[in-house]
Design a protein around this ligand. Structure first.
Ligand code: UVW
Length: 339
């Protein structure tokens, strides 16, 4: 069983024309036709735009903490929070509880007079507030920096480009672009498109300029709509209605040396665009594959945005590392902004 035409599920299969070298990189296959960061930080780089952030950027960001204010941007990890319909709800179990011990448990023999509670969750790593790593998305069998898609397997996970390369990353200056506030709406209209000109307009309106290595957060306000939905069908339709970026924003991100991009939506980009796009998911393709620029999704930006509007400061220190899961292609997290 195989296929050799995109979107074709025929039983025939022709081996691809490309080969894969000892480093796991495609030879003679896809290379980005336009702007890209392949090779910019070395032929075998696996951190992409995280290379834009160094001690100078982190020290500068630390100076933005003036009032001691802290804002979490994490969704709750439970069945009620939004997640893409293909991803199961998180499950939260208890392994042992003090109540069991009080009622009488054999483990009390080991530690008479003491009790403890242990719990665990099972969840999709992309099933909550999350980072998409480079192993999450491929174009034409290829990942960031030319690594072959076949390096990510169900048995072993991401042999290259895993989230373990990022476990000390996403710490630096965050800049919020409050697009909903710019337009004076609770949330951007369903399936509305955000282009690079609107991003520049928002920066100008907020009186903030980007610096190399910034982590940009985009607020559409669309997360607030989730709370108002009643039925399963409304919740499924919600994802198709997602407002977001269109493809000219990839060049904007490159030009501004943005190190990571996160938004309060499921996929950052508009999922049902009306403007013709040259690629199916141009932001995922352009950022994750061509630029090596990680994407954060379902960040709850409401409290932070309210405070930025209040004090007029749209820059802050951001601390948002992923979980240290070897060979993972994404990670949930609790991103923290400090002002
Ligand atoms: C979508 O694009 C729907 O989201 P993700 O990047 O989490 O796959």
């Amino acid at each position: 069983m195989g296929r050799n035409v995109p979107g074709d599920f025929a039983t025939r299969w022709t081996p691809p024309a490309y080969t894969v070298d000892d480093d796991g990189k495609v030879v003679g296959g896809y290379t980005p036709p336009g702007l890209n960061n392949w090779g910019r930080w070395g032929a075998n780089d696996q951190r992409g735009t995280q290379n834009l952030v160094g001690p100078a950027q982190i020290a500068r960001a630390a100076g933005l903490v003036r009032d001691g204010k802290v804002f979490s941007m994490a969704l709750t990890i439970d069945a009620d929070a939004p997640r893409f319909p293909t991803r199961p709800a998180p499950q939260h179990y208890f392994l042992s509880t003090g109540a069991d011990a009080v009622a009488g448990s054999p483990v009390q023999i080991a530690m008479p007079g003491y009790q403890w509670n242990d719990d665990m969750i099972t969840m999709a790593l992309q099933g909550s507030t999350q980072w998409d790593g480079f192993g999450h998305f491929m174009a034409h069998d290829t990942m960031y920096n030319g690594y072959w898609a076949g390096n990510v397997t169900a048995a072993g996970g991401a042999a290259v480009l895993g989230m373990e390369h990022m476990y000390e990353s996403f710490i630096g200056r965050g800049v919020l672009l409050d697009l909903a506030r710019l337009r004076g709406v609770e949330w951007l209209p369903e399936a509305s498109e955000v282009n690079a000109a609107m991003l520049d307009e928002c920066l100008a309106a907020q009186g903030v300029a980007l610096e190399t290595g910034d982590i940009v957060l985009l607020r559409t306000g669309f997360l607030q709509k989730w709370e108002r939905l009643q039925t399963f069908d409304e919740r499924v339709a919600y994802f198709g209605d997602t407002p977001g970026l269109i493809e000219d924003c990839v060049e904007w991100l490159y030009r501004n040396d943005v190190s990571a991009l996160a938004a309060d939506t499921v996929g950052i980009e508009v999922l049902a665009p009306t403007t013709p796009q040259s690629r199916v998911l141009p932001i995922h393709h352009g950022c994750l594959v061509d630029l090596g620029l990680p994407l954060g999704e379902f960040w709850d930006l409401e409290a932070l945005a309210a405070d930025c509007a209040d004090d007029g400061r749209y820059e802050f220190m951001l601390v948002a590392p992923p979980l240290r899961v070897p060979h993972a292609v994404g990670s949930p997290l609790n991103p923290i902004a400090m002002k």
